[in-house]
Write a protein that binds this ligand. Structure first.
Ligand code: TYD
Length: 418
């Protein structure tokens, strides 16, 4: 590991409840997951292994978190590459959520909606079209420009208690605060809870969506652990994290995005009666022992089995059926590549549709990223599916690859050629 200690932040105690905690496994040293490198970058390019990926399950509040993280400024730069519009299904999902929020607020006079991490405006644009007052907060300048082009109001900044108080003073309280795939990214969890509470109207609703811990355990989806996800929530942990700011978990619903997510709804304590879904899920989490260290020790075992088999399987397939490539230059692929010891010798390239990623190299492993449009023409024998969370959308798009005899290679819950 070549990173130095000032470059990383290490938590010995839970960032939420301060209970001391220890990792149950390590995926070893990792690069910054979205630090894609220019094709002509020299060896000095800053794509070192810089932090150790070691998840911990807090014994106090059940919050899964990464003990060590690279400094935050290294991750969310103004040119942050992720775009919601990379997935048509994700855009539809957010349009549906916008519709749900609009109906929820239909009887309020001049409702105000705030989105934390509005990215390219996929969620707020439908509300803007309905004439609903709104504001997105996002530090990524380029994504914010795209949101503005869709008629979305954006404040380019980080979401902090100070920013939230400023907005509450200048714009008034929010009837709804929304955060999809962002709350688990914000490592000051107590500050996030405080900031939401500062913004929310007394009868306001806070909704957030995040990858669900139960889905990771069930599928052995170890690649959901990487630097941009300091936290992974369960219902138990989500309820605990926002309770300290006076917010109560009042509803919960599974959502089929990002490989298995949960939508959590909060209100100020005592303002709404929690639904049956909340108690049911909390009970189910107990029944499946989601917060039991033994469940995560078994998970670590399954991860090691995948790691031990993946590269030999790829080598075998290459020898038998020709080149192996990958699909989806995802952030989570950094964990798979590094933990499972993959490199350019076994993966020729990664196909992707994101214009900003094409032509670059994956961080550290430096595997070239090629346009997904080239896949049918190239048709390697097997393609390792890094963007497994978009399986059905990708299968629909890449029928020509299949028709020419190409096969997908999956790596969890088991290694499987399909
Ligand atoms: P994403 O789901 O955001 O994963 P992560 O959070 O781990 O980065 O990334 C999906 C990637 O897959 C993104 O780079 C776009 C790419 N992609 C395709 O190349 N083709 C597709 O059909 C879809 C849906 C995504």
């Amino acid at each position: 590991m070549s990173g130095n200690e000032t470059f990383t932040e290490t938590a010995e105690a839970c960032r939420n409840c301060n209970t001391s905690m220890a990792p149950f496994m390590s995926f070893g040293p990792q690069p910054i997951a979205q630090n894609f490198v220019a094709a002509d970058a020299g060896p000095e390019a800053h794509d070192d292994l810089c932090y150790e990926l070691a998840p911990c399950l807090c014994p106090g509040c059940g919050l899964m978190q990464l003990q060590q993280l690279p400094a935050e400024d290294c991750l969310f730069s103004p040119s942050y590459a992720y775009r919601t519009t990379a997935s048509t299904r994700m855009v539809h999902h957010l349009e549906e959520l916008a519709g749900d929020v609009a109906s929820m607020l239909h009887d309020r006079r001049a409702p105000f909606v705030i989105e934390i991490g509005c990215n390219d405006g996929s969620f707020l644009a439908p509300l803007a079209r309905r004439g609903i007052r709104h504001l997105g907060i996002d530090p990524a300048t380029k994504a914010a420009e795209e949101a503005r082009a869709k008629g979305v109001r954006v404040c380019v900044d980080r979401f902090t208690p100070r920013k939230a108080t400023e907005i509450a003073c200048s714009e008034g309280p929010a009837d709804a605060v929304i955060g999809t795939n962002v709350i688990a990214h914000l490592r000051d969890i107590r500050g996030t809870a405080e900031a939401v509470a500062a913004l929310l109207a007394s009868d306001g609703i806070f909704i957030f969506e995040a990858i669900y811990l139960g889905a990771i355990l069930k599928r052995t989806a170890f690649d959901q652990f990487y630097d941009e996800h300091p936290f992974t929530f369960s219902a138990l942990a989500a309820r605990h994290a926002f309770a300290q700011a006076g917010l109560e978990l009042v509803d919960i619903r599974p959502v089929p995005v990002q490989g298995g997510s949960m939508r959590y709804a909060f209100a100020r304590r005592g303002k709404r009666t929690p639904s049956r879904a909340v108690t049911d899920l909390l009970r189910r989490e107990e029944a499946i022992e989601l917060h039991d260290p033994a469940a995560w020790a078994a998970f670590a075992e399954r991860c090691a089995q995948i790691r031990n088999k993946l590269r030999p399987t790829i080598e075998l397939l290459r020898n038998r059926d020709g080149p192996v490539a990958a699909y989806g230059a995802t952030a989570k692929s950094a964990t798979v590549i590094t933990y499972c010891g993959l490199d350019r010798e076994v993966i020729d390239c990664v196909y992707d549709t994101t214009p900003d990623k094409i032509g670059l190299l994956t961080p550290y492993s430096r595997i070239p990223i090629r346009p997904a449009g080239r896949l049918p023409e190239d048709t390697p024998g097997h393609v390792l599916l890094f963007a497994w969370n978009h399986l059905s959308e990708i299968e629909d798009r890449e029928t020509a690859f299949r028709a020419k005899g190409g096969r997908w290679l999956h790596y969890h819950p088991d290694i499987l050629v399909d």
